[in-house]
Design a protein around this ligand. Structure first.
Ligand SMILES: Cc1cc2nc3c(=O)[nH]c(=O)nc-3n(C[C@H](O)[C@H](O)[C@H](O)COP(=O)(O)OP(=O)(O)OC[C@H]3O[C@@H](n4cnc5c(N)ncnc54)[C@H](O)[C@@H]3O)c2cc1C
Length: 384
């Protein structure tokens, strides 16, 4: 694979058990999970310290349970207790909970925190790889490495996926974000804006010193400037794509595997990817451990674990997405009410993340007529 057959002849090679490309949440946490198991890895990151990533930085409550042991829970965040939904700028519903159901972080600080105490090669870019019987040889713009496994944690533009002919990104959201200085009177609520863009949504929520304002929609329907409708305060708008999960299982082959957004492990309903990226890294670390013990290169267990955890959830999330966004004008009255929002957010509180499977389960058991109706629609769409 890769391209250059003379790669190994050029420079003495640095050896590691695992070579990880990308030091975002998936790559950094994978390296920690492996380290916690006594497995040696190196992270190749093309950016510098405190690299900016266009992202709203919203995290579910369960993030604290899922982080690797060696990552300190002591990082800067803003907790959200109020969830507010607006339609075309008008508040439809607002629900306040006793305890936070989500948190907001500045990505550059959060990612830097995740990379603490790791062997990260900043400013180094992955170029190509060759797979051999017992090793993978990885070439960057600065070095040549040998490892038992190569992991692509290099996000939506994954070069590892491209060169290994893995995960084609087919379900693309285009999102925009601007960051405004936080005023003293800014409220720490998670505001979701509907109705400004078809097959998409917008958001506004505070971080420690900033307010993240943004919006995204399926590529075909993206319109620049929705964030200005949400808040007209001027700031540079940054645009970045997101690759939603599309049911593609082609994410590991030979000695190469993908995690996080490189594998399109992004929630198909709300386009959030951090929690599930970290979960995918946790699952992959267990399979790498097993492979190293058995001297094998079998990633089928990684796919099985993904299927029974993340992908099953995402199938429900896709059904919800298919039922919700296209029909929003019609179902708005039924779905955007206090009881249903409470019902859904309560699930996130109990499970730690927005578990669509659990929402379906609770919908099924509910005796309330409007919930029974929604459940019937969702069931049809899920099995279509
Ligand atoms: C506008 C916007 C808002 C979002 N809001 C949220 C949100 O609120 N909550 C949420 O959970 N998710 C959100 N997401 C999604 C989230 O940002 C991603 O799912 C998440 O960053 C994926 O993490 P990752 O580690 O897999 O990839 P990334 O964070 O993309 O990290 C990949 C890393 O690989 C490095 N890299 C790439 N190519 C190479 C190479 N060739 N060599 C070396 N290094 C390389 C990059 O520099 C980068 O550091 C949002 C996305 C966007 C665009």
């Amino acid at each position: 694979m890769g391209s250059n057959p003379t790669l190994s002849a050029r420079k003495p090679m640095e050896k590691h058990d695992v070579i990880i490309i990308g030091g975002g949440p998936s790559g950094a946490t994978l390296s920690h999970f492996l380290k916690d198991m006594g497995i040696d890895s190196v992270v190749i990151e093309k950016g510098d310290h405190f690299r900016e990533k266009v992202c709203a930085g919203g995290l579910p409550l369960g993030i604290f349970d899922i982080l690797p042991q060696s990552v300190s829970r002591d990082f800067e965040y803003v907790p959200y207790r109020t969830f507010r939904v607006l339609h075309k700028g008008i508040v439809e519903e607002s629900v306040t909970f006793d305890r936070p159901f989500a948190f907001g972080v500045m990505r550059k600080n959060f990612d830097e925190h995740l990379r603490n105490n790791l062997d990260v090669r900043y400013g180094e870019e992955f170029v190509s790889f060759e797979e051999h019987a017992n090793e993978v040889i990885v070439k960057t713009n600065k070095n040549v490495y040998s490892g038992a496994f190569l992991v692509g944690a290099d996000g939506i533009g994954s070069k590892v996926a491209l060169l290994a002919n893995l995960n084609k990104k087919t379900k693309i959201i285009i999102a925009e974000e601007k960051e405004l200085r936080k005023e003293n009177n800014s409220d720490d609520a998670l505001n979701v804006y509907l109705g400004y863009n078809f097959l998409g949504y917008g958001w506004k929520f505070t971080k420690k010193d900033f307010i993240s304002v943004g919006a995204g929609a399926m590529k075909k329907f993206y319109k620049k400037g929705v964030s200005n409708l949400i808040d007209p305060t001027y700031a540079d708008i940054k645009i970045y794509p997101i690759s939603l999960w599309d049911g593609d299982y082609n994410i590991a082959k030979g000695r190469v595997a993908l995690v996080g957004e490189a594998a399109s492990i992004v929630d198909p309903f709300n386009a959030a990817g951090i929690y599930h990226s970290i979960l995918s890294s946790k699952l992959l670390s267990e399979v790498i451990l097993d492979n190293l013990k058995k001297r094998s290169k079998d990633f089928s267990q990684y796919l099985n674990l993904l299927e029974s955890t993340i992908f099953e959830e995402f199938r429900y999330g896709s059904a919800l997405s298919n039922a919700f966004y296209p029909f929003l004008p019609i179902i708005k009255r039924v779905i955007l009410n206090k009881r249903i929002l409470e019902f859904i957010i309560r699930t996130q509180e109990d499970i730690g993340y927005l578990s669509y499977k659990e929402v379906f389960k609770r919908f099924e058991k509910s005796k309330r007529l409007e919930i029974k109706l929604i459940y019937a629609i969702l069931k049809i769409l899920k099995f279509m």
